[in-house]
Design a protein around this ligand. Structure first.
Ligand code: FAD
Length: 527
């Protein structure tokens, strides 16, 4: 892929290295491409024109038409075929992370094949209806190009679908009117459709109302598995690799392949990889699992587990599909419990954090708050105290719930204050968190605390609702496992954050996943 281009100052122009790379890509354009540009007198229109003129000057297959006084957003441009609207539009100047989206659009409109399966191409072509998508992005957002590129592919393949990428920084009025606080935010026919990273498969499943039924029908005809893994996070992926390497029939069902890692920006504690990003690690996990003969059944949520007379387990999915297997590994992970106060959702990733091991270093030298005075909250405060400038712990109850040893330890730390009997009410900020407001429950006085980060440590919720009543759970709802990963049900094993295993981390989940797969294999050969 292309590295990010930078425009030189003055007249907009691509730097020579980028031009060299781009020249190679543009030779792959087979058919004529027309850039229809909509401009006004603003300087941003001139900058966009500079870029488009430069691009059209680099390939004799690319031409430029300039329109003034139109009803379109300005500056914006469509990437069309001659006399045929492709439905792909960019509002703003797609540089930064979006430059790749622009290059792909040029290539694909120009006849370069779209790299998805024939089955998916057919499915997209058959979607009926009118879908006008708009994606609000920022040029520094690393999750946005996936959404933009997926929606551009849909527009290219189906004349009923159109898509406009909108740079929020240039179209501030729209961002304010629509109260958009995070990117990417996707609108469909004027209404919010989704937020955050979404891939092509997820978007298709959301708009193709027949897809769910078709998938369910197909799944129910699948031959029983030897080992069926529920969950596609690090634990599930690792279990799948270990199972498949034993040469047994292996399946993996996931509501969303990648799990929590998909939402993690920086990972610096995955041993042997100094630093990586969540989506990168997920792509590597998927590639590794796909090296083996594993049926990956993505975007399907497990609803119920039951035992059949033939001693197989049956997994019922929310889509209505049913899968059978001789053994099961549950790796459905967990989600952070949210505080549920105004500002929490808006500032997630902009100062609101849930993982001190992971995100703590990003707050080096800064003042932060930790909400929650249980073991995880006090451990987080002790952990953060060594990195950040100052930590304030806010506990709702009149006393701390953490183990005494932790309480004693936190009291020795000079840069930690503990406030008890306080209720955190709201999180405030601009681009990032600036302060919170809380109430002193004894005096009823409202107070303000200036901070740059707030770690919410009121517990994790294991994703076990769908097996509740069937398998032994701890009082926190985690699946009880033994040292082989076995649960209270013979043939059903569990791994990772969904279980009683202490310390919820990627590397631990992977180890647990492999252990559960070996445990389940042992069960299979003995039965
Ligand atoms: P998960 O990652 O939670 O995966 C669960 C899987 O199960 C997903 O595929 C999900 O879609 C699927 N699933 C759930 N319910 C169902 C259902 N009913 N049917 C089908 N599928 C279902 N750890 C680190 O080591 N380093 C870090 O830097 C780090 N940073 C983090 C940052 C954030 C913001 C978060 C939230 C966590 C972070 N963690 C980090 C913790 C780490 O991500 C988890 O410990 C790890 O992902 C657990 O893996 P898992 O496979 O057990 O579960």
């Amino acid at each position: 892929m292309l590295s990010y281009p930078y425009l030189k100052r003055g007249k907009m122009s691509l730097d020579s290295k980028i031009k060299e790379q781009l020249n190679q890509y543009l030779t792959k354009i087979e058919n004529p491409v027309v850039l229809d540009a909509y401009i006004d007198d603003q300087s941003s229109s001139n900058s966009m024109l500079d870029l488009l003129e430069e691009l059209s000057g680099m390939s004799n297959k690319v031409s430029l038409n300039v329109h003034k006084d139109s009803d379109e957003r300005t500056p914006s441009f469509n990437v069309n075929k001659p006399n045929e609207v492709s439905g792909i539009q960019f509002a703003g100047i797609p540089m930064g992370h979006e430059f790749t989206s622009l290059v792909l659009a040029l290539l694909q409109v120009g006849g370069y094949p779209v790299k998805i399966s024939d089955e998916q191409i057919e499915q997209i072509k058959n979607i009926k209806g009118q879908f006008n998508f708009e994606t609000y992005i920022s040029l520094s957002c690393h999750n946005c190009p996936d959404v933009v590129q997926a929606l551009n592919v849909l527009s290219l393949l189906n004349p009923g679908i159109s898509h406009c990428m909108i740079d929020g920084a240039l179209f501030q009025n729209e961002i304010n009117d629509k109260k958009i606080m995070s990117v990417p935010t996707i609108h469909l026919n004027g209404k919010e459709f989704g937020q955050g990273r979404m891939d092509l498969e997820e978007i298709i499943n959301k708009i193709d109302i027949t897809a769910f039924d078709k998938a369910a029908e197909k799944l129910s005809t699948m031959k029983p598995f030897d080992m069926l893994i529920v969950g596609g996070g690090p634990a599930g992926a690792s279990a799948a690799v270990y199972a498949a390497r034993k040469g047994i029939r292996t399946g993996l069902v996931a509501e969303r392949f990648g799990g929590q890692v998909m939402d993690t920006l920086g990972i610096e504690n995955f041993i042997s990889v100094r630093a990586t990003e969540g989506p990168k690690l997920v792509a590597a996990l998927e590639e590794h699992v796909k090296e083996y003969d594993v049926d990956i059944i993505n975007l399907q949520k497990a609803k119920k587990l039951s035992k059949k007379e033939n001693s197989h387990y049956e997994l019922e999915l929310e889509s209505g599909g049913r899968l059978q297997s001789k053994s099961i590994i549950i790796a459905t992970g967990a989600r952070w419990k949210e505080l549920g106060v105004p500002g929490e959702k808006e500032f997630k990733g902009k100062g609101v954090a849930y993982c001190p091991h992971c995100d703590g270093p990003l707050f080096k030298g800064k003042n932060v708050a930790v909400v929650g005075g249980g073991n995880s909250g006090i451990e987080a405060a002790i952990d953060l105290a060594g990195i950040v400038g100052h930590v304030t712990v806010l506990e709702f109850a009149p006393e701390l719930k953490a183990d005494q040893v932790l309480v004693d330890r936190v009291k020795t730390l000079k840069n930690v204050d503990v406030l008890m009997n306080v209720q955190t009410n709201e999180i405030y900020g601009g681009d990032k968190v600036t302060h919170i407001k809380f109430i002193d429950r004894a005096s009823k006085e409202e107070k303000q605390l200036d901070i740059e980060g707030i770690f919410i440590q009121i517990g994790l919720v294991p994703n076990t609702d769908w097996v509740n009543g069937m398998i032994e759970l701890s009082k926190y709802g985690e699946i009880q496992i033994n040292d082989h990963g076995a649960t209270s049900l013979p043939g059903v094993f569990a791994a990772g954050d969904v279980t009683t295993v202490p310390y919820k981390q990627i590397i631990i989940a992977m180890g647990e996943g492999s252990k559960a797969a070996l445990g389940a294999f042992d069960f299979l050969i003995r039965n």
